[in-house]
Design a protein around this ligand. Structure first.
Ligand code: 13P
Length: 251
């Protein structure tokens, strides 16, 4: 049984006051929602505040990135251990914006993933092809190298607290969602790949989220697909009512 997971990636938005306001509204709106895991990912500076605010509620907190060393002379970086200390249970790794703008590679994604798993965080590992990669017919090749690269050297025992997020780059922030069929096709491919890399059992218990212009009016159709187990939501997670509308997709 894969419990659906809906995560809101707040990206570089929200001051402390705004973050608190959003999460306090969310607490009320999602309090009766059952059988869906809810995660929010604020900016680093708001993690501790938001974590305190959600204590005792089912809402969990994620970071948007981390470094792979635990501590040391690494100016500007934040380690998985410090994220846990601030109240995180999850961390997003390898988001396409980090791959695009911050020189993230499959190798750095792999190092970060290993460090985060070792610290006991659940990793939301992002993969996704660009528009030109899709148009040139290399979607599956790109996804395969990102999944294999990100998980390189990670054993099936360590893989447990991992969630894959398929986010086609061309669907992020564009209002252009992948069709349910396009998303399902890639999710099924990832699951098959996990079964080849690990086992059928691991593949069938690993959650694969879809991300890219998810809104309250398209979540139901996406969630109806057999291999879509939740969503990683950007823009629509910045407002309590739209995010709650997504979290409550089966109500
Ligand atoms: P949008 O929902 O704004 O398209 O963003 C998706 C995303 O990048 C989530 O990580």
């Amino acid at each position: 049984m894969r419990i659906p997971l809906i995560a809101g990636n707040w990206k570089l938005f929200k001051t402390l006051d705004e973050a608190l306001d959003l999460v306090n509204q969310l607490k009320v709106l999602v309090k009766d929602i059952k059988k869906v895991e809810v995660v929010v990912a604020p900016v680093f500076t708001a993690i501790a505040t938001v974590s305190k605010a959600v204590k005792g509620t089912p809402i969990q907190v994620s970071a948007q990135d981390c470094y792979w060393e635990e501590e040391g002379a690494f100016t500007g970086e934040v380690s998985p251990k410090l994220l846990k200390d601030a109240g995180c249970t999850h961390v997003i790794i390898g988001h396409s914006e980090r791959r695009q703008y911050f020189a993230e590679t499959n190798d750095t994604v792999n190092k970060k993933t290993k460090a985060a798993l070792a610290a006991g965080l659940t990793v939301l590992l992002c993969v996704g092809e660009t528009l030109s990669e899709r148009e040139s017919g290399s979607t599956f090749e790109v996804i395969e190298s990102q999944v294999r690269g990100g998980l390189s050297g990670i054993s099936s025992d360590d893989l447990k607290p991992i969630v894959i997020a398929y986010e086609p780059v061309w669907a992020i922030g564009t209002g252009k969602t992948a069709t349910e069929q396009q998303a399902q096709e890639v999710h099924a491919f990832i699951r098959k790949l996990l079964s080849e890399m690990y086992s059928k059992k691991i593949a069938s218990s690993t959650r694969i989220l879809y991300g890219g212009s998810v809104k309250p009016d398209n979540i139901k159709g996406l969630m109806a697909q057999v291999d879509i187990d939740g969503a990683l939501v950007g823009g629509a997670s910045l407002k309590a009512d739209s995010f709650a509308g997504i979290v409550g997709f089966n109500n």
